[in-house]
Write a protein that binds this ligand. Structure first.
Ligand code: C5P
Length: 232
């Protein structure tokens, strides 16, 4: 399944792309840039078009503050949102419980809750600089395990880590993977890229794709090409 990253600086550009892609794409990611520009209104506008929104704000704060922020997304009907696993077990558990209880209370389907493990922009030296001595892989798995134990639905990770996570935490534990590049698209600033076809082979559940679609001369054609590549 493909989630298109709406990394735009205006609401209009984002909604134009959603309209252009039409029936081809059903899942969209709203991240920090678009949310800082447009707020929750853009999420509501995308949802009005019967599309599913992954609100990628990577919450990491005291549980009470994150619950208050998460409430806004839950009320707007987001399909999925995320927090940093580095917030710790008690934090993760509290947000997972709040997500379930608050969704039930207002009578809507519970959004999926996933965790960011180690950002793909960080390497072993970065981990060392914050006092973590383990390898990136070990740290990803440790934080994924913690997230599962706390009741979360899955993690954001590199497609290369999917196998490790599925083997240790089960097929049902969701993996959301950015850093996807078809062979015909530019890598941009992504370093460890995987093609859509390989991401599927590696077992990823949802691949996040931005610029190969949003920056293409014909975004709809690019999306169709990627979907074809996945299905064949
Ligand atoms: O344009 P591109 O396909 O590189 O977009 C990838 C999206 O996934 C961006 O919104 C980026 O912020 C996000 N992302 C990422 N790597 C992570 C987490 C999120 O590229 N580890």
């Amino acid at each position: 399944m493909v989630i298109v990253a709406l990394d735009f600086d205006t609401c209009e550009k984002a909604l134009n792309l959603v309209d252009t892609l039409g029936e081809t794409v059903n899942h969209y990611k709203v991240g920090l840039e678009l949310f800082s520009r447009c707020g929750i209104e853009v999420v509501k506008e995308i949802s009005k078009r019967r599309k599913k929104v992954f609100l990628d704000l990577k919450y990491h704060d005291i549980p009470n503050t994150v619950k208050s922020a998460a409430r806004v997304g839950i009320e707007a009907g987001v399909w999925m949102f995320n927090v940093h696993a580095l917030g710790g077990y008690e934090f993760l558990k509290q947000i997972a419980e709040f997500n379930k209880e608050y969704s039930e209370k207002i009578g809507i389907e519970r959004p999926l809750l996933i965790a960011v493990t180690v950002l793909t922009s960080m390497d072993e030296n970065d981990l060392k600089s914050i006092g973590i001595e383990s390898s990136v892989e070990d740290e990803v798995l440790r934080l994924a395990e913690l997230s599962k134990k706390a009741g979360l639905d899955g993690v954001v990770c590199s497609a290369r880590e999917v196998k490790l996570i599925k083997e240790n935490l089960g097929e049902d534990f969701i993996t959301v993977t950015p850093g996807i590049r078809p062979t015909w698209a530019a890598k941009n600033d992504q370093k460890r890229v995987v093609t859509p076809k390989d991401a599927i082979k590696l077992g990823t559940d949802y691949m996040v794709i931005g610029r190969p679609i949003t920056g293409a001369p014909n975004p709809k054609e690019a999306a169709e090409k990627i979907l074809f590549e996945i299905s064949s």
